[in-house]
Design a binder for this molecule. Structure first.
Ligand code: SP5
Ligand code: ZN
Length: 340
């Protein structure tokens, strides 16, 4: 299996994030995650690790607002030139509600406009890492266009919380969306998000489109991040009405309940008859994930992979979350192994 991976992620290594109550915590979405996955992939007979191709900014501008991408490109230099006392990571303390806010020109004003929470920390290497991560997803999409059955984009930072004009939840550029948009030039695409958290950014990006069916299985946002999207009554709008589906999971969801929810998603995908599939693969559904509250086992993750693979569709698998680093390697291998 082609696995696209870039070392550029290493320089995106924020010193901390803030949890509720302002608790400073070591950054959960850290470079070590990739090392654990790479170790596990190297131990298989089927993973071929490849450098991504550079696709430039054009495919990213198709998905994200140019002003937002320009912000990501310039904010670090502006931060270093600013009056801030602790410059170890750019993190604003005021956030724009998307209720027709004005767009300020100052750095912290724009940071709070373009960032939705205290986990999307920006450091010097963030933009380069995010671009390389998107290139991994685009390279995987390209492999599918060129006839491969499956390809894995080992993306870091992840992408599914990043919307048209905002970063959030460790995400800056929506890798899976950029890949799905590329694939949509060849026919209808289904995008299935199995990360523990709602793929709010992906939902936002394709909400008005009928040619990309988006489905997200996730913890009920009434109790879990990202809180403000991911409810069952959000089904798309305009031409996209009926082409988005949220499937909500309760705390403690086990393998059997998860697989039942997955079957609902797979049925919708079959009915849609897409030309190919993108999977936002977050391993934070795992029972011992430090951010998750559901209880899917490593074997359950394998079964999820098996059932998705049984759709028989050309498939791009994109890495999203998963924060139990010790289990990350075996969980990813359990999932991907079913596509070989
Ligand atoms: C890609 C991805 O999985 N992003 C997840 C971002 C979640 N950020 C919110 C973290 C809230 C942490 N709450 C503390 C719970 C610790 N038990
Ligand atoms: Zn997640």
């Amino acid at each position: 299996m082609n696995v696209y991976y870039s070392e550029a992620h290493r320089k995106h290594d924020p010193p901390f994030e803030l949890f509720d109550g302002g608790l400073r915590t070591p950054y959960m979405e850290n470079p070590d995650r990739m090392d654990k996955i790479l170790d596990a992939l190297h131990a298989t007979e089927w993973a071929e690790i490849l450098e991504p191709t550079g696709f430039g900014l054009e495919p990213i501008y198709t998905i994200h607002d140019k002003d937002y991408i320009d912000f990501l490109a310039s904010c670090w230099a502006e931060w270093l030139a600013s009056e801030a006392i602790d410059k170890s990571t750019l993190l604003p303390a005021t956030f724009a509600l998307r209720r027709h806010p004005q767009k300020p020109t100052s750095l912290l004003g724009r940071a709070g406009y373009y960032i939705m929470d205290l986990s999307a920390c920006i450091v010097e290497g963030t933009f380069q890492a995010a671009r390389a991560s998107a290139n991994c997803a685009l390279s995987a999409a390209e492999a599918i266009v060129n006839g491969k059955r499956t390809a894995f984009a080992l993306c870091r930072p992840p992408g599914h919380h990043a919307g048209k004009d905002y970063a959030g939840g460790y995400c800056f550029i929506n890798n899976a969306s950029v890949a799905a948009n590329r694939l949509s030039m060849k026919g209808k695409v289904a995008l299935l998000d199995v990360d523990y958290h709602c793929g709010n950014g992906t939902q936002d990006i394709f909400y008005e489109r009928a040619d990309v069916l988006t489905i997200s299985l996730h913890a009920d946002p009434n109790f879990e991040y990202p809180y403000y999207a991911g409810y069952a009554n959000e089904t798309g709008t305009g031409a996209g009405l009926g082409f988005h589906k949220n499937i909500l999971l309760e705390k403690g969801t086990d393998d059997a309940r998860y697989l039942q929810a997955l079957e609902e998603a797979l049925m919708l995908i079959r009915k849609f008859e897409p030309s190919c599939l993108v999977v936002s693969a977050g391993m934070d559904i795992y029972a011992d994930d430090p951010l998750g509250t559901i209880k899917v086992s490593t074997e359950g993750i394998g079964e999820i992979g098996k059932r998705i693979s049984a759709l028989g569709l050309p498939t791009v698998i994109v890495m999203e979350g998963g924060y139990n680093n010790e289990a990350l390697g075996r969980n990813i291998v359990s999932f991907l192994g079913e596509f070989e």
